[in-house]
Each structure stands twice: as structure tokens, then as C-alpha cells.
Design a protein around this ligand. Structure first.
Ligand code: HEC
Length: 195
């Protein structure tokens, strides 16, 4: 509606204007139309994206993904950012990674008080910051070099979703939500794509 009004208002200018003006206005109109479409799409998020968002935020079966991952402005960025993986991995590959039984980045940090599984946030010569995955939600801990007895790859830590049964529909919705958050794509992911 707005567009129509705007277009009608511009008509007299279009008639008088020079050619390059007309072209410029047309480009502007097309861009405005895309802008409106995009914002309309934002408001009416498709159902799969909404369902997947619920799976991402839900802690009914397992610690919610959002406890450790941040996507679409939701959640806490403790663990690796999922944008790249969600953009490029085929749905089945994404799910396989999510269910990994071996992790690479998780460390077992030992101090005089005990050991905890951790993700390194940042390391300086005299002090390091870790997210303590032994607590839910993970807690940021700062340790001086002297406090760290050792820190090596944790071979026992389990990625929470590895041991949880999701339905194919839940997995498809989750992947659909993450792909939407990463790329804006609203392509429906079918349950058969994650089986
Ligand atoms: C307790 C924290 C925690 C929770 C909860 C969690 N993750 Fe993770 N996730 C991690 C950590 C830590 C890694 C990094 C593992 C590694 O490679 O060492 C990771 C890695 C991943 C990766 C691989 C990323 C990459 O680029 O290699 C994917 C995909 C993933 N998580 C998806 C999920 C999804 C989906 C959920 C919810 C169903 C979830 N995670 C729940 C902590 C968590």
C-alpha cells in the first residue's frame, strides 16, 4: 500500500526527470520493495523456524543449546559459534557433528582444588579465562598461570546432545532454525534429510 502511494507520488517526477533520474528512482523503488518484503518476512517467522527456536531454547530433555551457544541474538556464547557450520553443513552432517562423542576444544583444567572441563575464552601470559562446563550454566573462571596445575584435552567430556533422543522432526526444525539464523534461508528441512 505504502509503495503504491509512493509510486504514484513519484510519477510526475518520473515524467519530467531525466533518464538517469528515472533509473535511480526505479532502483530505489525496487530496493524499497525488497526492504518491505524482508521486514514482512521477519515479522511472520515460518513455523519451522519457530519450532526449531523452541528446541534450541528447550531444556526439557537436555541442557538447552542456548546455554552454551548463541544464535539469532539468543543464548550465551560459551562454545564455538555455529554460524559457519549451520551455513555450510548439510542437515545430516550438522546433526552428526552435534552428536559427536569426541570433542577437540574442551580442556580438563586442573588446579589445587580439583579439575573441571572447560573452554578457553582467552589466554594471557599471566592469566587465563575459562568457561567452566562443569557448572550449568557454565561459569567464567579466571586463573593465574600459577593456579593452573595442568590443562590438556578432556577425553571424557560429553557434548550434551550426544546422548539425547530427538525425533527427526525436532532435528529438522532445529537445523531449519539454525540455518535461518545463519543465512536467512527459510527453506524447509524435511525429517528425511536428517534421518
Ligand atoms: C554445556 C554446553 C553445551 C551445550 C548445552 C551444547 N553445546 Fe554444542 N558445543 C559445546 C562445546 C564446548 C563445543 C565444542 C566441542 C569441541 O569441539 O571441543 C560444541 C560444539 C558444537 C558443534 C560443533 C561446532 C563446530 O564448529 O565444530 C555443534 C554443531 C553444536 N555444538 C551444536 C549444539 C546444539 C544444536 C546443541 C543443543 C541441542 C548444543 N550444541 C548444546 C557446548 C555445548
Amino acid at each position: 500500500m505504502y509503495l503504491l502511494v509512493a509510486a504514484l507520488r513519484l510519477l510526475p517526477f518520473l515524467n519530467q526527470g531525466k533518464d538517469y533520474m528515472k533509473q535511480g528512482l526505479c532502483v530505489a523503488l525496487v530496493l524499497a520493495a525488497f526492504g518491505l518484503l524482508a521486514s514482512a518476512a521477519d515479522k511472520a517467522a515460518p513455523t519451522q523456524v519457530e519450532r526449531g527456536r523452541e528446541v534450541f531454547l528447550s531444556s526439557s530433555k537436555v541442557t538447552a543449546c542456548a546455554t552454551c551457544h548463541a544464535m539469532a541474538g539468543l543464548g550465551t556464547a560459551v562454545a564455538p559459534d555455529l554460524t559457519t557450520m549451520a551455513s555450510f553443513a548439510p542437515p545430516r552432517g550438522f546433526v552428526a557433528t552435534m552428536r559427536m562423542s569426541m570433542t577437540e576444544k574442551v580442556l580438563l583444567v586442573k588446579t589445587a582444588d580439583g579439575a573441571f572441563p572447560a573452554v578457553l575464552k582467552q589466554e594471557q601470559s599471566d592469566q587465563s579465562e575459562f568457561f567452566d562446563l562443569g557448572q550449568t550454566p557454565p561459569v567464567l573462571r579466571k586463573l593465574t598461570a600459577k593456579q593452573i596445575v595442568s590443562s590438556e584435552r578432556d577425553q571424557k567430556w560429553q557434548h550434551p546432545p550426544a546422548s539425547v533422543e530427538y525425533t527427526s522432526q525436532e532435528l529438522a526444525d532445529l537445523v531449519g532454525f539454525l540455518k535461518w539464523a545463519a543465512t536467512g534461508s527459510q527453506k524447509e528441512i524435511k525429517p528425511s534429510e536428517v534421518d
